[in-house]
Design a protein around this ligand. Structure first.
Ligand code: SER
Length: 639
């Protein structure tokens, strides 16, 4: 069964047979969000609804969410890890709970006609064993027993996790919170106040007791359990019962509604449906593997070294294609930096397959990507390729010289420390992780504190480049600097002030921030008078003096608009937006004339980041104004 068919069957099952509405997935790249760069699970955009806000599409939702897990980048190279994957999801927002979710998903997995037709005897499940606060998930244990029994499979909770010594009817395994609790930040003790989560129940597929481990496998002599990474079992789905919220005193409070958040990796489901333990053998990964084989005249599964490089090139090209299609280009910051890392690591491994050469055109062409029907609007390959080639061009000259430096150091048994890694980054464009990887694979010695020192050097360099005219970090990681964040909040204060002084026709047309200044374009017919300029500047500084609190809230876009939040390029934002409000708490709104009747000074849809209180900004000055077009005025503001 090809992977598109699996995606289609899942969405059809939950829409046609189980009354769910298909919702569009969130954007893969979360721009300007300082906490997460990429969407990494389907529930992320649904948090406000899991908390209780009504969703416009009802209480039963489903979709396939494109995800990137950056923490897995260095794992890629084995037979199952990917950086980009799709997560099939279904949600109950306070509607059905355990007794329906578990039978639904089991039926989908095993039904031959409209499901995936998996053999139910190959499925095993895990549940939460309980802790001081939340009891063991007896409810799920009971439901699982009934489900297995209905397929004539005896099912008991296992007394041991070791599959080798477990009773032959053992199907259900209880694990602690480290395995069977889900929240965006992990087990209960790691959840920040306000974070939601709950116990979960995972489903595992057994590739078979006959599954043999390679004699070099580090798992060879270890006992195997369903959650083990040896390769015999693979987790194919997770039903999270989002029922709790971390409260102010560090405990868990019940949410007003009991939710279900199911997520199943599409590629993993395809692996088990096709009884294929190697994710790179799947149709949608072969679309990358085959051109790689042809380009470098190598054969997949011919030697471990070649396989690792083929897998890395394949995965990283695929992830890069998705990130580029989401509008990102390689840079030294955030999502752009991850993209740069992916491309450069792909180029390095391509060079290994290519006899050590790097040149433009080294990367293979991937045809007919769109046939895999990704839930992402893909750019045509020639556009993706242009971005890739541009980056190859930047790296081709320095990769070779950098490799010589690095190998010389390894050969001389000199330690690879953070300072050296940083120099290699600065002069030859080696992302730290690539230096680390090459050093490791060629038996070089890396200093324990290498990353730490690298980061320190990085910071130090940023301090310098703030004043230098051309530094490679300009407009790069420097954007993260506090000054930039302060100016970002100034942009909100400025827009509000302009609307108070000039009128409600003022709306933002563009903005650009560097460490030095904010450039802000807005709609207005003529240049401002001296008085108007002074009034606007005074109003911003007054708002700063008032030490207003800046708060962030997530809510549906329509709710944000209802509350009067301003938004620039509204159509570019996902259904759930972040809204930043400046002012509005009782203490600070007293004597500023410009506060609106709800008590706040500014409310905007925005991804941040922003200062926590306006007093962090300091004094601002409007430096200059220009009329840049018909009805558009530009202001320059500095700190
Ligand atoms: N949020 C859960 C996960 O990522 C289920 O979708 O596993």
């Amino acid at each position: 069964m090809n992977t598109c068919e699996i995606r289609k069957r899942y969405l059809n099952y939950f829409t046609n047979l189980r009354g769910h509405k298909k919702i569009s997935p969130a954007s893969l790249v979360l721009e300007n969000d300082s906490t997460t760069l990429f969407t990494s699970s389907g529930m992320q955009p649904l948090v406000p609804y899991l908390l209780g806000s009504p969703h416009p599409d009802g209480k039963r939702l489903t979709n396939s969410q494109p995800c990137i897990r950056t923490q897995d980048i260095n794992e890629v190279g084995d037979n199952r890890h990917l950086t980009f994957f799709e997560m099939l999801g279904n949600w109950s927002l306070g509607d059905y709970f355990k007794s329906q979710q578990l039978p639904f998903i089991f039926e989908f997995l095993v039904n031959q006609e409209y499901g995936l037709g998996l053999d139910p005897r190959r499925l095993y499940v895990s549940v939460f064993e309980g802790n001081e606060e939340v009891e063991k998930d007896y409810a799920s244990i009971g439901i699982w027993k009934e489900i297995f029994n209905s397929y004539d499979i005896p099912a008991e909770e296992s007394l041991t996790l070791d599959i080798g010594s477990a009773n032959r009817n053992a199907r259900i395994f209880a694990y602690p919170a480290s395995k069977n609790w889900w929240s965006r930040s992990g087990p209960p003790e790691q959840m920040p106040i306000g974070e939601i989560g709950g116990p979960d129940s995972e489903i595992f597929y057994d590739f078979g007791a006959e599954f043999k481990l390679h004699e070099n496998s580090k798992f060879k002599d270890k006992p195997c359990h369903i959650n083990c990474d040896c390769g015999r079992f693979i987790e194919i789905g997770n039903s999270v019962f989002i029922q709790y919220k971390k409260n102010e005193v560090g405990g868990l409070s019940e949410l007003p509604q009991k939710n279900v958040d199911f997520g199943g990796g599409l590629e993993r489901l395809s692996m088990v449906v096709n009884n294929q333990q190697d994710v790179f053998m799947l149709d949608l990964m072969q679309r990358f593997v085959r051109p790689i084989e042809a380009k470098y005249n190598v054969t997949y599964l011919s030697s471990p070294k070649v396989d690792t490089s083929i897998r890395i090139v394949a995965d990283h090209l695929r992830a890069s294609a998705m990130i580029i299609s989401s509008g990102v280009t390689p840079s030294n910051k955030e999502a752009g930096y991850v993209l740069r890392r992916l491309i450069r690591r792909a180029v390095f491994h391509a060079s290994l397959l290519h006899g050590g050469h790097v040149e433009r055109g080294i990367l293979p062409d991937i045809a007919n990507l769109e046939l895999d029907d990704y839930p992402i609007q893909l750019k045509p390959w020639n556009e993706i390729k242009e971005v890739l080639e541009n980056e190859v061009g930047k790296f081709e000259k320095t990769l070779a010289t950098g490799l010589v430096k690095l190998r010389k150091r390894i050969y001389n048994k000199q330690i690879i420390d953070g300072k050296f890694a940083f120099d290699l980054y600065q002069s030859d464009g080696f992302p730290f992780e690539l230096t680390e990887e090459i050093a490791k694979s060629e038996s070089g010695v890396i200093a324990k504190d290498a990353l730490l020192v690298f980061q320190k050097e990085f910071k130090k360099h940023r301090e310098i480049s703030r004043t230098s005219v051309a530094g490679m970090f300009k407009g790069g990681l420097a954007d993260q600097e506090e000054r930039t964040i302060r100016l970002h909040t100034v942009a909100h204060l400025l827009q509000s002030s302009l609307r108070h002084v000039l009128g409600k026709h003022v709306s933002q047309k563009g903005q650009h921030i560097t460490g030095e200044r904010l450039r802000f374009d807005f709609s207005h017919q003529s240049k401002l008078t001296e008085d108007q300029l002074k009034e606007v500047e005074d109003m911003i500084n007054e708002a700063i003096n008032q030490d207003l609190v800046v708060t962030k809230q997530e809510m549906p876009k329509h709710e944000a608009i209802k509350q009067g939040a301003l938004g620039f390029f509204l159509e570019r934002y996902p259904e759930i937006v972040s809204v930043y409000t400046i002012g509005g708490d009782a203490n600070t709104s007293a004597n500023l004339s410009a506060f609106n009747s709800d008590g706040w000074f500014s409310k905007e849809i925005c991804n941040g980041p922003h200062v926590a209180r306006t007093s962090e900004i300091g004094h601002v000055r409007i430096k200059k104004q220009e009329k840049i077009g018909d009805g558009v005025i530009r202001l320059y503001v500095t700190l």
